[in-house]
Design a protein around this ligand. Sequence first.
Ligand SMILES: Cc1ncc(COP(=O)(O)O)c(C=O)c1O
Length: 391
Amino acid sequence: MGGAEEAYVREAFASNWLSTVGPNIDAFEKEFEELTGRPAVAVSSGTAAIQLGLRLLGVGPGDEVICPTLTFVASVNPVVYQGARPVFIDSERQSWNLDPGILEDVLGKKAARGSLPRAVIVVHLFGQCADMDPILEVCGRYGVPVLEDAAEALGSDYKGRPAGSLASVGAFSFNGNKIITTTGGGMLVAQDPEMVKRARFWSTQARDAGLAYHHSEFGYNYRMSNVLAGIGRGQLRVLTERVRLRRKNAFRYRDAFSDLRGIALMPQAAYGLHTNWLSCFLVDEDGFGCSRDELIARLDAAGVESRPVWKPMHLQPIYKDAEAFGGAVAEDLFGRGICLPSSSNLSCEEQDCVIECVRAASGQPSARAANFLPLGNVSDVEGVYPRLGAR
Ligand SMILES: Cc1ncc(COP(=O)(O)O)c(C=O)c1O
């Protein structure tokens, strides 16, 4: 927590606004709109935001929705909640996100058969935007709407525009592990304010106007509570600082491994600001000295938790029968990618311990003294960063 959250939560208790209505919700949505430039509705999770977004785009039973295969399962499950089928597309290497070239091929083939997908979900993985211009161009050409899953990318941008504000609909998560959190929660933003109104209506059981409990549409209990929105208001105040800290973590690791062979920071695409929500590295067993899995085991033995990058959806038992185009890049990233400890409150001492453990696991002779670690390339952190502050 940043410090201001408790005051907003206390206000909710003092004023007895302890439901899914209240001033914190209104203010949180307004402040989020100022950040992203899009009207917003606060909901109970990022998953709920994605499902509402798909429904807004008209996704329903029997439809196809294109999704990247390399993502967390919550990007895709809402497609199934809507009765639709996911179709998976591989990643490209410059950002690890949806490959625009494969998307163009697939849309071309499906258009020729007269069976275009109802929507495309683009995910901005680990804090970095997908290459949105070619994706939006080809989707626009075929008239297929795009939903941005920006759950992992709040605070990042694409060519100066905030993640989640580039397509028709965007979804964000405030789950406990995200760059800012409401302990659990999400936000849906849309270009069209009418869409946001509809999503707000559906998120509160779709109760029609009037006194009677009259329902002409199905809804959900997906609204965020006024208490949690208070946490969100406090968290928004520290977003800028959190982005700086996440970037510092990543660049400090990168600098500390710069003399090692076979370990490289996830690419930082030139078109945008990568928050490095998670510090992800690719391990090349031959150069590095051990495999990614051995590295995870070595870190674990030292009491350091690390994780592989997401397991591609086309490899998941629940999606084994789904149509998939490519997948070799996502499989390679899954096989070699590691997420190192990345918390905003990771201390230099803790990070030094992780770094030493990685260096020891590599078995490569250390050309540096034990206390070699620089404070990270601060110019890299600050150089690009003021764009967010200027917003
Ligand atoms: C890419 C992605 N999409 C969607 C979600 C779902 O968000 P939530 O946990 O708030 O439902 C998450 C994180 O949990 C995520 O990482």
